[in-house]
Design a protein around this ligand. Sequence first.
Ligand code: FES
Ligand SMILES: [Fe+2]
Length: 352
Amino acid sequence: MGRARQSIARHRCAYDEKAKTVNPKTQWWPVALSHELRNAPLACQVYDMPLVLFRAEKGRPAALPDRCPHRFAQLSLGKVRDGSIECPYHGWRFAADGRCTRVPGVDLTRCSKPLLDSLPICEAHGLVWVSLGVEEPPQPPVAPAVNQQLDTFWITDQIRCSQQDAAENFLDGFHTHFVHAGWIRRDKKRQRISVRVRPLTDGIEAIYSEEGKQSGLISQLFERKRGSSMGRFRLPGLLEVEYRDHRDGLNLLVSVWLTPCGDQVRLFARIATAHDWLPAALKRSVLRRFFRVILRQDRHILEQVSANIRRFEASPVRPLDSPQDLLGPDIRVLLKQGRAQSFEERHFDFWL
Ligand code: FES
Ligand SMILES: [Fe+2]
């Protein structure tokens, strides 16, 4: 059995009955924006598995281990020819199902058995998704809360930190006064808010009310009076922040899918706003700049924190949770178990 085969085989059981946990590796993980995957192969990684993506016949997406079975050249450095991926070393070609279709200089009748294990792959919500399981996951890829009639654009990035830390950071309002001072909130202009935290069938949600107009730049520019906002985490790795006006109309929906990728997380952020009188191109251009700044600030603090966690790796002391860590401890449990649990709705009042 090849190394890739063994590695995939390790991830094949989707549900561990004894531990009552779901194996996250067998879920759908986004690996590329659909429009990024064209005629050339794309390299990506899910957990510890390097993969190559390409478009096979009729434009169908395909995913194989990024390793030629011959001498282990990186297939992602090759080319796509006639719906197969061609290795850059000796030109062997592989179809979407992992069968070898050509060995140059040798008369080859088509291989009867795949030389590479192909992976389940699909396209949904503007993304290409892959699973490390044998079969397609029973649940479809996790969808954004609102999917229609919105002006949307994408930002992608990669951060050297854990999925847990990235998820917690994105949904934590209490760092915004410091890491994004003036951009999202100001420490000296806090407002009294009430928060409800409730379980979702596949995650957890915090609903913030009575936030009024925010002190940050982007809110001043783009937001009508805020009625409520939601921060939610859904398994296996969708984070959302949703801002609604006082008539419950959508102001902004940011959906971020996080894919574990070695010691990093790959991030696919979809920024969506309701159609309004502002031209979509103008909104996109201003919001893109804004979110790039915010993301750079978050990447900076998250990578610093991860490096510092590594410096204290030998220490038995663990990070300390406080009441302001509204979702972080639950996200930790959700990620560990791979499935949601029910709990009583919780209420808090804060100065945010
Ligand atoms: S290493 Fe791929 S064809 Fe030789
Ligand atoms: Fe942040």
